[in-house]
Design a protein around this ligand. Structure first.
Ligand code: ADP
Ligand code: MG
Length: 357
């Protein structure tokens, strides 16, 4: 993960709004041919020729969506870009431009915003996205970041949440639950640190989990992969809230039911072992822990042979008639109704018994 930097403190007022904007955005040179005019005028000018454009926006609020006690600002900047790019990729589109708006209280020196922007800059560079504008203002309490992302796709390539058909296969990328368990580790360490600021935690066994929480990667690779395999998903969504609530979104939007097989859910070994350590059920975590930023999609059964050998893709179930409802088939072959317990409700659940049975 990223290194922390210096302890310098330059007050925001020393630069003023325009000085600050110039300072933060000086490294943002547009690279894409679709960016005609980026930062520096009243609006950016883009040219997508005959492509369809997708637009999405997200607002991140300190204390609600992130906690700076364990979220370094550079990671926050990186993650804020990923959250938005992931929504673009979930349309089977390519992310091209973002605008970044921030509101910061005077608790944040210029150097803190530089850190935030270094994460934004790195993400933009790695994902081939131009930063083409934004807005900068002060806040009376805390930090807010709003990013708007644009992307393009050929008209026939766009995939909605609404196209799944009964018997389509349900497919997920990567593995699930790691970001949520990474957060549990970070919260536990925060409490340990509060009690004893000299404690040196050994976080090595949790590297993958913490990285999935602090530095998630959006699935830029999936749209081109599916194109190469000759597969167009019938519906798609990104996993920001947890598998069960995303399956429910696909089902509701497509007016179908679904059967999800517990034994098929892809889990990293680190998730399994840390769930044992915390005495929580790993299936519950995969179903309800959020922020994995993987993609969930459906394909026609005929396309199964094209995807079956790919290690990035796991078939976890299939769609059904709407009247059959939405179910989890457990390892013990029990059929349980799938319920949406987004990540907001996770806190209460952890305090109670956390077994799904
Ligand atoms: P306006 O008064 O028209 O809102 P601003 O002075 O706020 O213009 O912004 C000047 C330029 O800098 C615009 O191109 C705007 O999009 C860009 N910009 C402002 N704040 C940010 C930011 N936080 N990140 C990136 N670009 C920004
Ligand atoms: Mg402005």
């Amino acid at each position: 993960m990223f290194q922390d930097s210096q302890d310098m403190r330059t007050n925001l007022s020393e630069l003023g709004e325009f000085g600050l904007i110039d300072h933060l955005t000086k490294g943002f040179e547009p690279k894409l041919s679709s960016t005609v005019k980026a930062i520096g005028d009243d609006a950016a000018v883009l040219n997508f020729e005959n492509k369809y454009t997708v637009v999405t926006t997200d607002l991140l609020v300190e204390g609600v969506h992130f906690d700076l006690a364990y979220m370094p600002l550079k990671h926050l900047g990186y993650k804020a870009v990923m959250v938005n790019a992931s929504d673009v990729y979930a349309m089977n589109a390519k992310a091209t431009q973002i605008t970044v708006s921030i509101a910061a209280s005077n608790r944040f020196p210029v150097e803190a915003l530089e850190e935030l922007y270094s994460g934004i800059e790195l993400a933009a560079k790695l994902y081939n996205i131009d930063v083409v504008g934004g807005d900068t203002t002060s806040s009376t309490s805390g930090l807010l970041i709003s990013i708007t992302a644009l992307g393009i796709a050929d008209k026939e390539d766009i995939v909605y949440r609404s196209g799944a058909k009964p018997n389509d296969l349900l497919v997920v990328t990567g593995d699930l639950g790691a970001a949520y368990m990474g957060l549990q580790i970070l919260e536990r360490e925060k409490e340990v640190f509060k009690a004893n600021p000299n404690a040196q935690p050994d976080l090595d066994p949790y590297t993958y989990l913490i990285e999935r929480q602090l530095k998630p990667e959006a699935r830029k690779d999936i749209a081109p992969l599916l194109k190469e395999l000759g597969v167009k998903p019938t519906s798609m969504i990104d996993i920001s809230d947890g598998l069960s609530s995303e399956i429910i979104h696909l089902c509701k939007n497509s007016q179908v039911g679904a059967n999800l097989y517990e034994e098929k859910i892809p889990l990293d070994p680190a998730v399994i072992s840390v769930c044992e350590e915390f005495d929580i059920d790993s299936t519950t975590i995969a179903l309800s822990g959020g922020e994995d930023y993987e993609l969930l999609f459906t394909i026609s059964q005929e396309d199964y042979d094209k995807i079956k050998a790919n290690p990035n893709l796991t078939v976890i179930g299939h769609m059904a008639e709407e009247k059959e409802g939405m179910h989890l088939i457990t390892r013990a072959n029990q059929k349980l109704p799938l319920i949406a317990r987004g990540w907001n409700s996770m806190e209460d659940k952890n305090e109670k018994s956390d077994k799904k049975e």
